[in-house]
Design a binder for this molecule. Structure first.
Ligand SMILES: [Zn+2]
Ligand SMILES: [Zn+2]
Length: 345
């Protein structure tokens, strides 16, 4: 008989207020591939993407690929079993899994070391079972070992908001002498502020809520500007306080915010989108560049974990029980989570 585990299972896409995740005993995962691992989960971050998936916003993109599903894609656990073909990872190692659960390692993107763009990538908690559970399976090549200096609750958010922030900041051309705007402060934005500061940029945080702007200041943002309602007023404030930006990074899922970010950078400037959204009325003759960014590669992941363990990168978390996932997601929907919520089984 297959052993059981507890998991928060989604059987039907529905608004989070209707509590669609149910704590259910389901079969513990088994290892099916020769480079497979079984992890006992210690922490799993709660992501806005999980909310979109649960509420059906991503049905049009074919996600989730099937139901019932265990969501959750920023997962840290201890390796309990390894398959015969596993080479480097050992039982007892603590590792993290990012949204990129696996990739083919053979397509043109994988061969160019851009496996986050793989045509046949599997996504944790979307096309394969995720981390709102006690156990998860994984693939050796796609897990990242975690040093003892970072505990599991603080490590979990590195595996989605962390890597998303890291790659977007890199794509923005952040560096000494440059001013970078971070639009949307939360799980991803609070890390992006710190990563851009580490590279020597001047950082301007932009958010709707005072709570998130206060947090930005605490984390080292040089200025924090509220954006509510009028874009004209916002741009006036930005020009008065900082002048136009060299680049902008958007983590707020809003067409209006994307538009404001495009108008906040100088001619020829760069706008990095870390969220889905529409660009409307693009000012072509200003020669600005809009770039998309999605999670990151295995190398980005390993580099970020190393950076986090050797610097003072502050990952701000609040910890909850697995059974509280519906409540946590409902609070996230209302922008009530300061930075990142993490579930502990
Ligand atoms: Zn995420
Ligand atoms: Zn591939």
């Amino acid at each position: 008989m297959v052993e059981k585990m507890r998991a928060m299972v989604l059987s039907k896409l529905a608004p989070i207020e209707s509590r669609p995740l149910k704590l259910t005993p389901i079969d513990k995962p088994t290892i099916k591939v020769k480079n497979g691992l079984l992890l006992e989960i210690e922490a799993c971050g709660v992501c806005r993407s999980n909310l979109h998936l649960i509420e059906g916003d991503w049905k049009k993109y074919g996600s989730p690929s099937s139901l019932p599903l265990v969501p959750g894609h920023e997962v840290v656990g201890v390796v309990k079993l390894v398959a015969s073909g596993v080479k480097k990872i050992r039982v007892g190692d603590r590792v993290g899994i990012q949204p990129l659960f696996s990739a083919c390692l053979q397509c043109e993107y994988c061969l160019a070391r851009r496996e986050n763009l793989c045509e046949s990538a599997e996504i944790t908690g979307e096309s394969v079972q995720g981390g709102y559970a006690e156990y998860i399976s994984a693939v050796e090549e796609f897990v990242t070992p975690i040093p003892d200096t970072i505990d599991s609750e603080h490590a979990a958010p590195l595996f989605c908001p962390g890597i998303t922030a890291y790659k977007a900041v890199k794509a923005s051309g952040s560096g000494a002498g440059r001013t970078v705007g971070i639009f949307g402060i939360g799980g991803v934005g609070h890390l992006a502020i710190q990563l851009a500061k580490m590279q020597g940029s001047r950082v301007v945080a932009v958010s709707r809520t005072k709570k998130h702007l206060d947090l930005s200041k605490k984390l080292g943002a040089d200025s924090a500007i509220v954006y509510q309602g009028s874009q004209v007023q916002f741009l006036k404030n930005l020009k008065k306080e900082e002048g136009l930006l060299d680049s902008a990074i958007v983590f707020a899922p809003s067409d209006k915010v994307i538009d404001a970010a495009i108008r906040s950078v100088k001619k020829g400037g760069v706008i990095v989108l870390g969220v889905l959204g529409n660009v409307v009325d693009f000012p072509t003759f200003e020669e600005k560049i809009v770039k998309g960014s999605v999670i990151g590669t295995r190398k980005d992941m390993a580099d970020l974990v190393k950076l986090a363990s050797s610097t003072g990168l502050k990952v701000i978390v609040e910890t909850h029980r697995l059974s509280e996932a519906n409540d946590v997601l409902a609070r996230l929907k209302k922008s009530e989570v300061e930075a990142r919520a993490v579930l502990v089984p």
